[in-house]
Design a protein around this ligand. Structure first.
Ligand code: ZN
Length: 345
């Protein structure tokens, strides 16, 4: 009596690799430095408010869990899928304890706080559940006068930094550089940084939400009080030998209608950028990929069929997918993000 459903069940799982490309519902975060460009520029479903700051595109964190938007796994969280379909999703990297990356779009309509993140070892001392936070920014859009702070000026010591924090002249110790669309800035843990107004960027980071604020430019939060500042924790984290951080000069391969750049290869993530007007393929080599369209739009063909991906959209390609083919409708810019094999936590 029970053999029929059992057989059907077996047939459904026969090829064992039934995991299509996953698209998640964006997790929109409203913070007072946000704006409206997540909607106007990246087509996120924002409402009437003018403080849309972050869109978490792929997240497996206690502060935000990505939920599959449609298809076979609609309604499942990324964490549930890591539990139930670990091998299909992660392939040869299945020994990861959690999904290793947090991927966001961010709209800075005002200065973000001056901040620093701990590395893995430091993070453990504050919260055993947390990771360190190394991050990278890819500037999608910026105003002509938009600035970012990436590291400190050469030679700034801990004593000088602390004194300038106290006397209000901290800006003189910061490495401030213009934000240019297309630039990639790699910000390892322990680097002082801030993002200025008029900037929309894609952010790739470790799965972490541990931030220490050094300075908030004298502003107050939604409740009229200054936001919490963590000077002691920050000073304990900062690597004062790091100095200034400048945009990446990528290694690239170029043909007439296709350019592939390697933007970052570090212990936590590898980021490539494809600029193309012509079709190209991505072989996954039994590893997941996250792809984000930064400009233009494309068809994505896989063994599950064809789907359309437009500017501002993100897909998680499971390792078991094998291959994806991209057919841009005109000029298209795509970020391709993966974890290096050495990732351990
Ligand atoms: Zn940060």
């Amino acid at each position: 009596m029970e053999s029929a459903p059992l057989t059907r069940h077996k047939q459904v799982n026969k090829d064992g690799k039934k995991m299509e490309p996953l698209s998640f519902t964006p997790l929109l975060k409203q913070i007072r430095w946000g704006g409206r460009k997540l909607g106007s520029l990246l087509n996120k479903p924002i409402a009437a408010a003018d403080d849309y700051a972050e869109s978490w595109e792929v997240a497996d964190h206690d502060s935000g869990q990505s939920i599959v938007a449609s298809g076979t796994f609609a309604g499942k969280t990324l964490r549930e899928l890591i539990g139930s379909h670990r091998h299909e999703l992660l392939g040869c990297q299945s020994d990861m304890a959690q999904f290793p990356l947090l991927i966001k779009f961010l709209d800075a309509n005002d200065w973000l706080s001056l901040q620093v993140h701990p590395n893995d070892a430091q993070a453990l001392t504050w919260n055993p559940q947390e990771n360190g936070k190394t991050e990278a920014w890819i500037i999608v859009a910026a105003e002509p006068d938009s600035m970012i702070c990436a590291g400190l000026k050469h030679g700034v010591t801990r004593d000088e930094f602390q004194q300038r924090l106290n006397d209000g002249s901290i800006e003189q110790s910061l490495h401030l550089i213009p934000a240019i669309p297309g630039d990639c800035i790699y910000v390892p843990a322990q680097t002082v940084h801030a993002i200025g107004p008029g900037i929309v960027l894609a952010e790739v980071q470790q799965q972490s939400n541990l931030t220490f604020r050094l300075h908030d430019w004298g502003r107050v939060g939604a409740d009229g009080k200054p936001r919490e500042i963590h000077v002691e924790e920050s000073l304990a984290c900062i690597d004062f030998d790091r100095g200034p951080v400048d945009p990446i000069v990528p290694a690239e391969q170029v043909t007439a209608d296709y350019r592939l750049e390697e933007l970052v290869r570090c212990d936590y993530f590898v980021i490539h950028r494809h600029h193309s007007v012509t079709a190209f393929e991505l072989k996954l080599d039994d590893r997941f990929r996250i792809v984000m369209v930064l400009d233009g739009h494309t068809e994505v063909r896989t063994k599950f069929g064809t789907l359309a991906l437009a500017k501002g959209e993100t897909l998680l390609l499971p390792a078991s997918l094998g291959q994806a083919d991209f057919i841009p409708s005109s000029s298209m810019t795509l970020l391709e993000i993966q974890a290096p094999d050495s990732v351990s936590r």
